[in-house]
Structures are given as C-alpha cells and as structure tokens.
Design a protein around this ligand. Structure first.
Ligand code: NDP
Length: 468
C-alpha cells in the first residue's frame, strides 16, 4: 500500500553503494491506519482456537522454506551479508521462528492454585491486543520473525517495522503471509524511518505492548516514551561481549570459533565477542595464531557463493566503525591485523567493506573497550587469573553474552555464575535452543525472549478466584 504522505526513501545496496529500490517513508497516519486494521482484526484472530492460528503460521514457515533461495538473495543484497550465510542461518531461522511458536502455543498452559475447601484460583493468559514490533538491520528477517511469531501465536495482532536499511525480506514476508491466508489486518508491516514511523508505533496509545531490538540509545528513548504510558516493554539492546580464553582450553576449537564469533556477519551480530581476554601463559600463542587466521580471511562480493565476509550495512555505519579504529590508535592500540577499508574491483568497487581488525595494547577501561562498535573490530587483552578476567568482563555498561573456553568444567560453572550477562556459552558460540531465555542484563535490555517466556510476554495475566 502506498504511504499516506506519498513519500519514498532510497534503499541502498551496501556492496555497491547504489540505490536499488525505493521504500515507503511512512508517518504517523500510516501507523494509525495499521493500528486500526490490527484492532479490527483482533477480535476474530484472538478468538481462534490455538491450533487454527498454529496452522496458518506453519503455512508461513513452509512458504519461507520454499522461497529459501529468493529470500537469501534478497537479504544478502539488502544487508551486504554473504548469501551463503543468509541461506544457512538467517532464512532457515526465520522459518524456525514461525514453526517454533506455532507449535509452542499448542503446549502453552497457565497455573491453578487451590485453597483447600475455600476457593480455586486459575490464571488466564489473554492476548493483549495490538503489539508493536521493531527490529534492527543486522539479522533482518531472523529478528523480525523472532518477535512477530510469538505475538501472533499468542493471539495478538501486530504492527511491525523493520529497519529502513534492510526492509526487503520484511516486504517479501508480507507477500508470504497473504499467500498463506493470514487474515487481513493480523500482521501489518510498515516501512519507514525509526524516528518517524518507529516512534509513531511507540507513541500510539492503542499499542500497549512493545518488543524492540536495537541500540541501547534508542531503547532508552523508547523507555522514556513508553514508561509513562505504562506499556509492556521488551528491550533487547547493545552488547560488548567478552570472549574468555583460559590456557587449558581446546586451543584449535577455541581459535576457530573465536574467529567466527568475532567476525561473522562482519561482526554485526549482537552476540559477537568484541573483547578477547586470553590467560597469560597462552597469550602470545593464541594472539599469533588468531592474527594469522584473520589475515587469511577474504572479503568479497556478498552474492558470490564462496564469500565468507561481506559488506558493512551502510556508509554511515562504515564511517562509525572507521572512526572507532582511529580512536583505538589514538588511545594507544596497536593494529595487529586489518584496520583499513577494502576496495574491491568490478560491481563492488563503491561498496562499504572493512578489513577484519585486531587491536592489542589497550586498557580495559578505554572507550574502544567500553563502547559498542558493532563491526569487524576486536581487542586482545591478557589476564592473570579468574578474578581479574571476571572484573574485566563485567567492566562495561552492557551484559548481553559471553564465551568461556576451558577444559575445566568446575571453573566454567564458577566463572559463568559471576558474569553479569544473560547468555554464557562454554566451549561453543551461537548454539541456540529456541526454548531458552534470550536477553541481556544491565544496559543490554529488559526481559527475555524465547520459549514460553515470549508467550508470557505477549499475554496479559488475569486471576479468576471461585469460591468453593
Ligand atoms: P537502532 O536502535 O538504531 O534501530 C533499531 C530499530 O529501531 C530500527 O528499526 C530503527 O529504525 C528503529 N528506531 C530508531 N529510532 C527509533 C525511535 N525513535 N523510535 C522507534 N524506533 C526507532 O539500532 P540498529 O538498527 O543500529 O541496530 C544495531 C543495534 O541493535 C546494536 O546496538 C545491536 O547490539 C543491537 N542488537 C541487539 C540484539 C539483542 O538481541 N540484544 C540483537 C541484534 C542487534 P531505522 O533503522 O529505520 O531507523
């Protein structure tokens, strides 16, 4: 549908720097229309038996699977990520999100509390109404569906906005939902700018539950607006995750996975580890092997099947990352690998590419080690013992995730418990069971997504007490 103001924004392919399509520049009138459509569809959608909603959602998952190649290619063009990554991770995960919540709702239950001889309490978990879902550009369809699927499964109708930088697969999802027979108004995808269309979602009085993933700064703004309106909020925000490498780790496995956890998707995953702490006896060996592997990484056209490292999402983000590399130098860091933009030939000559960058010699408290860069930039820091590395790991305002590499399981348990973050991986990274709670502590967010937690978030509790 055309935007009410009839205005459009350029959509740029980051690998080429060229505008390749236009997207609606929606405003508060479009959001008001979307909310009306959602509110009109709500009574019927929320009254459906769970298995009827589930069936529609499984159809959506089936169509996503069928369109895997088309969606992966669209995601790669829009975001700059390697098409092989979009095909193996982003799009299958989007389909899993629908399938997972379509089946989870069939097993969702609530509590009953009996007061012997006096009364029986049971708790209803009721759909709330119109949910607002806002997601970022780094894992476009993956994170968009991670919010939309539990909201719909729980019986809500949704107004959702993808990042204006990566709107294409969200648009394709709207077509898929129509093909799957999702009733009109149940899911309303609105394109546009965060500060305009996004904020109109947050401000709309009829949207009383909001699930947001993005930066801590935007999260703070959203909390400020939504707080006085008493909206239910789930905020998944930034991170500055530590990778902790003990000297007794499985060296080859730790090395291989830490290269991946540092640079997958050009470091633009909220769960990437950007601060690598290495126990002193292993420091030189790990550093040298890590730098060697990073120097072997090749950056290429994201649409080339053999490319493992693609483009940075936008010119603005490219400039932000480069400014942090300059800052690291000013702060006294030594660049051990990368540190420069990459010029490719041919179709990608004007794209936004940065070498994977490794820096050492920085204090844990400097800005490079404290602020989220969200790009292919990591720092290496040696540590003496557990106590010191726990202090280092917990020293930022963030608390999203961490990895611990050790063959000493007792130590892994003890260190994990002392880390102030929502997700800890031991001897692995990005292994995800969708039933587990997902989210961060401190300024990395409020609430947890995933599993029944997400279904609880998207429902309102009501206790009914019956005198016996
Ligand atoms: P932003 O906070 O800039 O944007 C996130 C989303 O919010 C986008 O759709 C954006 O729209 C929208 N938005 C921006 N301003 C407003 C506003 N005033 N009101 C409502 N919506 C708004 O984050 P990025 O897109 O730059 O994403 C990167 C960030 O996301 C990083 O900090 C990263 O750590 C975090 N992230 C966290 C995850 C987690 O699970 N904790 C997972 C993935 C990423 P638009 O882009 O169109 O302006």
């Amino acid at each position: 549908m055309a935007p009410a103001g009839n205005k459009y924004l350029d959509n740029i392919e980051p690998a080429t720097g060229n505008v390749y399509c236009k997207i609606p520049d929606s405003d508060n009138k479009d959001i008001a229309n979307a909310v009306n459509a959602a509110a009109t569809a709500f009574p019927e959608w929320s009254a459906l038996p769970a298995d009827a909603r589930s069936n529609r959602m499984i159809k959506i998952a089936d169509i996503i699977d069928r369109k895997l190649d088309e969606l992966a290619r669209a995601e790669s063009i829009d975001n700059g990520k390697p098409v092989s990554l979009a095909r193996s991770v982003d799009i299958p995960r989007a389909s899993s999100n629908f399938r997972f919540f379509a089946t989870a709702i069939l097993h969702f239950s609530s509590e009953a509390h009996t007061m012997e001889g006096e009364a029986l309490n049971y708790t209803n978990r009721l759909p709330i109404g119109v949910a607002g879902c806002i997601s970022p550009w780094n894992l476009p369809l993956y994170l968009f569906t991670w919010k939309i699927a539990p909201a719909l499964a729980a019986g809500n109708c949704v107004v959702a906005k993808p990042s204006e930088l990566t709107p294409m697969t969200a648009y394709l999802l709207s077509e898929i939902c129509m093909e799957a027979g999702l009733p009109p108004g149940v899911l309303n995808i609105v394109h546009g700018l965060g500060a305009k269309a996004g904020q109109a979602i947050i401000e709309h009085p009829e949207i009383s539950v909001i699930s947001f993933t993005g930066s801590t700064k935007t999260g703070q703004l959203i909390a400020k607006i939504a707080g006085p309106m008493f909206k239910k909020l789930s905020l998944e925000l930034g991170g500055k995750n530590p990778n902790i490498i003990f000297a007794d780790c499985d060296f080859d496995e730790a090395l291989k996975t830490t290269v991946r956890s540092s640079f997958q998707n050009q470091g633009q995953i909220c769960l990437c580890g950007s601060r690598i702490f290495i126990e002193k006896p292993a420091y030189e060996k790990f550093r040298d092997a890590f730098v060697k592997k990073v120097n072997e990484m090749r950056i290429g056209d994201p649409l080339d099947e053999s490319t493992k490292s693609g483009a940075i999402v936008s010119k603005q983000h490219f400039e932000k990352i480069m400014s942090y590399i300059d800052l690291a130098k000013q702060e006294g860091g030594a660049i051990l690998a990368g540190g420069k933009p990459v010029s490719l030939e041919g179709r990608c000559e004007n794209g936004y590419f940065i070498q994977p960058t490794v820096i050492e010699g920085l204090d844990v408290s400097c800005r490079t080690n404290q602020e989220e860069i969200f790009g292919p930039v990591v720092t290496l820091t040696p540590f003496e013992n557990e106590e010191e590395v726990i202090r280092y790991a917990n020293s930022t305002q963030y608390g999203l995730s961490a990895t611990i590499w050790t063959e000493n399981l007792k130590r892994a348990h003890l260190v994990a418990k002392k880390l102030k973050c929502g997700i800890v991986w031991v001897n692995c990274w990005l292994v995800r069971d969708l039933r587990t709670p997902f989210g961060g502590m401190k300024q990395s967010g409020i609430g947890r997504e995933g599993g029944f937690e997400a279904l609880r978030f998207f429902t309102e509790m009501q206790n009914v007490c019956i005198k016996l």
